[in-house]
Design a protein around this ligand. Structure first.
Ligand code: SF4
Length: 186
């Protein structure tokens, strides 16, 4: 993968005003991690902390995500790349509107083309329904690996949902263990 291409795509996103989210953002939250990652994690959109810092998953949900990643042999510094469906924060942390997701999909598609991950982990319903199956139900289908267009895809709980419901944490951790067993074993 050519890091210069990814940097040039990031610059393009930083100048993007293609949807209404550009009017209320502080930063464009493009993505972070290893450009050579075999695993890409995709959430729905930046929250308040992410919008202020310009980096995905840096609030409480991000700290929880990093803990689960580290405990299973992954980290954004080393071997995963993290991005969102939309690169600008939806006001008040509302769900991104379908037309905003559709407009911003250009950037995610290009990130996927350049990074070419072998695995995509969808964090939460919005990403899983957009990338895996429009009827994807996280509670029923999390942790299942499905091959689509040559990439293994898996949906799991959004870390913000885990902060609201502790009972789901073991299930989410188990999903990352399954990922580790596939990606890092052997
Ligand atoms: S959310 Fe995406 S499409 Fe909309 S302004 Fe931001 S970068 Fe552009």
């Amino acid at each position: 993968m050519d890091a210069a291409d990814l940097a040039s795509l990031q610059k393009k996103a930083q100048d993007c005003h293609a949807c209404a989210l550009s009017k209320t953002r502080t930063s464009v939250v493009f993505g972070t991690g290893s450009p050579a990652a075999r695993v890409m994690l995709v959430g729905e959109g930046p929250g308040e902390h992410e919008d202020l810092r310009g980096e995905p998953f840096v609030g409480r949900a991000g700290i929880l995500l990093d803990k689960m990643l580290r405990a299973t042999g992954f980290s954004r510094e080393k071997n995963v790349y993290i991005a969102n469906m939309v690169k600008c924060r939806p006001p008040g942390n509302r769900d991104p509107a379908p037309e905003e997701v559709e407009t911003c999909l250009f950037f995610l598609r290009e990130q996927l083309r350049l990074i070419a991950p072998e695995y995509i982990v969808c964090l939460g319903r919005i990403a899983a329904q957009a990338l895996i199956d429009p009827s994807f139900r996280v509670t029923a289908q999390h942790g299942q690996f499905i091959k689509k267009s040559g990439v293994m895809m898996m949906g799991t709980f959004h870390p913000a949902a885990l902060l609201r419901d502790d009972n789901r944490k073991p299930e989410a951790f188990d999903d990352f263990c399954k990922l580790r067993d596939r990606v890092l074993a052997g």
